[in-house]
Design a protein around this ligand. Structure first.
Ligand SMILES: [Zn+2]
Length: 389
């Protein structure tokens, strides 16, 4: 991954490259972005730039031996540490299977979020739901790797992805190594949830906040990602609206064909849920069941987006509204039935439903339960808002 391959953020890229090229290299840095916003991509691109043997004015060359090895995720001087499932019996073992899965995942999508990774890893391992954390055994390994001399490059670069997910027992050893890193070792942390990182970690790293990718840059990035015959500006525009700077979600959605049909389906679903109309709920279910599972999940993501939009508009935040004109007309009628508390509950319910779909639960059952729950949420919101149902 090179800086120039990352979506948007030209000024930010230049400031990072300028810092490295001037030799002002912090021993521990941290990229901080929103979910799917590119912190990991920046960590990898910066590591590549650090190791490149033939740096250009604002990026790595992309063709030297170090760049090529970094691009394939196999450079011996770039080590990755990331959340994985607990392995109580392997205190000192580096888990090569997980590393291979991680490399495959980032080669497909360097913008992946913590949730994307969890789903990917558990699917590859055919494992049930487990908590993914960075455990004590990995920090032992980090200590060992940090003390090794670099093999090919001047630096030994340790990338720690999602430091917000350190197991509490691993923190003291992490702080120790960040405090006193060996001479030729650099740490690059990448987070998408900075508020959940302990201040004692934050105070030991230099933080670089990755600005959200703006809509024009994201549109341009997606446009260039696609083959010419798939470049549909209208559809890409809709995807950019939904994704709100989440590049990972955008990449997932461009692989799908039917985003534009979601709005009418959502309207029918809400009408049916609001009135507890079970035959109509079943019609929505039948329609949704015609789509492959990935598309069904995207429908839930789309629904989350519409709820968020409705709440923004209700609060008068029309300047941040990203709604298409035909959606806005309908949302005006939808908004009075919602409040913040309902948005929060519905969001949790939708995320739970997504989780069940990931685990291959029957769409029919998940959607029926969810519809009835949302119907109840409408009723409770009406009680709070004192509007007739
Ligand atoms: Zn190079």
């Amino acid at each position: 991954m090179l800086l120039r391959e990352i979506a948007g953020n030209e000024d930010f890229k230049n400031s990072i490259a300028g810092m490295i090229l001037r030799g002002r290299i912090p021993s521990a840095m941290m990229f901080s972005s929103t979910e799917g916003g590119g912190a990991l991509a920046f960590a990898i691109a910066t590591a590549t730039l650090l190791l490149c043997q033939n740096k250009t004015a604002n990026d790595a060359c992309g063709i030297c031996d170090n760049c090529k090895k970094a691009a394939h995720g196999v450079h011996p001087d770039i080590k990755f540490f990331f959340p994985s499932e607990a392995q109580p019996d392997s205190e000192t073992e580096y888990n090569n299977e997980n590393l291979a899965i991680f490399r495959a995942a980032i080669s497909q999508n360097p913008y992946m979020s913590a949730t994307d990774w969890k789903n990917y890893l558990l699917r590859e391992l055919e494992a049930k739901n487990k908590q993914l954390l960075i455990y004590k055994s990995q920090i032992t390994q980090i200590h060992r790797e940090a003390r090794l001399k670099p093999m090919l490059a001047p630096w030994n670069v340790i990338i720690i992805w999602l430091p917000e997910l350190f197991h509490h027992a691993a923190i003291p050893k992490l702080l120790k190594i960040l405090e006193e890193p060996p001479d030729d070792t650099l740490f690059i942390l990448a987070t998408e949830d900075q508020v959940n990182i302990l201040p004692t970690i934050l105070s030991r790293v230099q933080i670089f906040r990755v600005p959200p990718v703006n809509e024009v840059n994201l549109l341009e990035f997606l446009f260039n990602t696609l083959p010419e015959d798939k470049r549909d500006f209208k559809k890409l525009g809709e995807i950019v609206n939904i994704c709100d700077g989440n590049v990972s979600m955008a990449l997932r959605l461009i692989g799908e064909e039917e985003t534009t049909v979601f709005f009418p389906l959502f309207q029918n679903w809400m009408r049916a849920s609001y009135s507890f109309n079970v035959p109509e709920i079943f019609q929505v279910i039948q329609q949704l069941e015609k789509y492959p599972r990935e598309q069904q999940k995207n429908f839930f993501l789309f629904s989350l987006h519409v709820f968020r939009e409705a709440c923004n508009r209700k609060k008068g935040h029309t300047h941040i509204s990203k709604t298409q004109p035909h959606e806005a007309v309908w949302l005006k009628k939808f908004e009075p039935a919602l409040d913040d508390s309902m948005l929060y509950s519905v969001r949790q319910r939708l995320e739970k439903a997504l989780y069940y779909l990931e685990r291959n639960a029957a769409t029919r059952l998940v959607l029926l339960n969810l519809s009835l729950d949302i119907g109840k949420e409408f009723k409770e919101a009406a009680r709070r808002l004192k509007t007739p149902v």
